[in-house]
Design a protein around this ligand. Structure first.
Ligand SMILES: C[S@@+](CC[C@H](N)C(=O)[O-])C[C@H]1O[C@@H](n2cnc3c(N)ncnc32)[C@H](O)[C@@H]1O
Length: 189
């Protein structure tokens, strides 16, 4: 949606030009992840994408905000990392289908609550044996920090009901002041 694009562009424009840190969950899980192409969905300025590119993955980052992606590209250039950036609105299904023509061994979402429909679409973009990782705020984050409830996962929200994906890991965890739900799915085909 255009309003999201404008809001996020403004937020990234106002942010100091410092590199984002990778969320802990992706580092914790990294030892046993499939290798190859990685897609960072709602990548922002690259917290996840930059980290996987450093590990040698072939990374694509996707976000609605061109300002976020240009920050990401700048950070990647500083380290001579190659990251393919796609400026796509996740709510626009036809743009998604046109923009995502490859399959990926790894798909990541951090600090973004996907719809069930989006998760199932992303599941269909996994290569055989591919995995999808999600780490984002849960309802406790709303209760403790006043973070908007509509962006928070309810307990076990996606544990059993995502077509095409088999949940192999789920946990609710507190990291500092953040209350997170972490998921890891395996492609079931
Ligand atoms: C809280 S930030 C998280 C960024 C990054 N994943 C991280 O962990 O630092 C949420 C991101 O979702 C992106 N976003 C919000 N709505 C979107 C949409 N409809 N399509 C694509 N990206 C969207 C925003 O531009 C922003 O970069």
């Amino acid at each position: 949606m255009e309003a999201d694009r404008v809001r996020w562009d403004k937020r990234f424009d106002e942010r100091p030009l410092t590199q984002p840190s990778v969320p802990a969950f992706f580092v914790e899980q990294s030892v046993s992840l499939p290798w190859g192409r990685a897609l960072d969905v709602a990548s922002g300025d690259g917290a996840v994408a930059l980290w996987f590119a450093r590990q040698g993955y072939d990374v694509t980052a996707m976000d609605i905000s061109s300002v976020a992606l240009s920050r990401l590209q700048g950070f990647a250039d500083q380290e001579k990392l190659l990251i393919n950036c796609k400026n796509i609105d996740l709510d626009d299904r036809s743009a998604l289908e046109t923009g995502l023509t490859e399959t990926y061994e790894l798909i990541c979402l951090a600090h973004f609550k996907p719809s069930q429909e989006l998760l199932e679409f992303l599941g269909s973009c996994l290569a055989p044996g591919g995995q999808l990782l999600l780490s984002t705020f849960n309802l406790q984050h709303h209760q403790h920090n006043g973070f908007s409830k509509r962006f928070c996962l309810t307990p076990g929200e996606f544990q059993s009901s995502v077509d095409g994906l088999h949940c192999v890991h789920y946990q609710s965890v507190r990291r500092g002041d953040s209350f997170m739900d972490d998921y890891r799915w395996q492609c079931s085909s």
